[in-house]
Design a protein around this ligand. Structure first.
Ligand code: DAT
Length: 179
């Protein structure tokens, strides 16, 4: 006898990931608005709900408590229809996401966007190297099935618009399939 399975989600959960400065937050916001998804910015959640083990002064960032983040998010993800954005992707349960978008950008764009954000030079440098080494894309490919991972370039405003269109189209097709 087969174990009971939960019914398929009628609306997909989407993860928008990538190096800081690739455009995750902006893209996720536009997708959430256009497709009627809930948006969860994991970085904000970590700060607001204290899902960390203190502050890393060197890199101006919190030490993530991954177990707390997963426990906190589990009920949010259960019903589907959530668009999540975060710069890492390997610690989320694989079953949460129907689509994992990895945004990519030229290193000069990452550099300019993070400088404009006022990041310290070591943090700008670390993220530029992260993008050159395609750390997040490799992480996504190791953590999710190939058909779930979508790599998209995010260099220009036109790129962003076309990325949003592609993701929204995925949401609509998913909903039509799972009515
Ligand atoms: P992230 O959440 O990945 O750190 P963001 O959405 O905050 O990135 O974007 C960082 C800045 O870069 C913000 O000012 C918007 C701009 N930006 C992002 N993607 C872009 C794109 N494809 N074209 C032009 N500007 C972009």
């Amino acid at each position: 006898e087969e174990a009971p399975t939960s019914p398929p989600r009628s609306s997909p959960n989407i993860l928008v990931t990538g190096t800081p400065g690739t455009g995750k937050t902006t893209t996720a916001e536009m997708v959430a608005l256009a497709a009627g998804l809930e948006k969860v910015t994991v970085g904000d959640l970590v700060k607001e709900r204290g899902l960390h083990d203190g502050y890393n002064e060197e890199y101006d960032t919190y030490w993530l408590d991954e177990d707390k983040v997963v426990d906190e998010m589990e009920p949010m993800m259960a019903g589907g229809g959530v668009c999540v954005d975060f710069h890492t992707c390997e610690f989320f349960p694989e079953r949460w996401f129907d689509l994992v978008v990895v945004l990519r950008a030229e290193t000069s764009r990452i550099f300019d966007r993070l400088e404009a954000r006022g990041y310290k030079s070591n943090k700008v440098q670390e993220n530029v190297e992260c993008e050159i080494m395609q750390v997040v894309l490799d992480e996504a490919r190791e953590s999710y099935k190939p058909e779930v991972v979508m790599e998209l370039h995010s260099n220009t405003v036109d790129d962003m618009e076309s990325n949003v269109e592609k993701i929204v189209a995925f949401v609509e097709e998913f909903r039509a399939r799972n009515q």
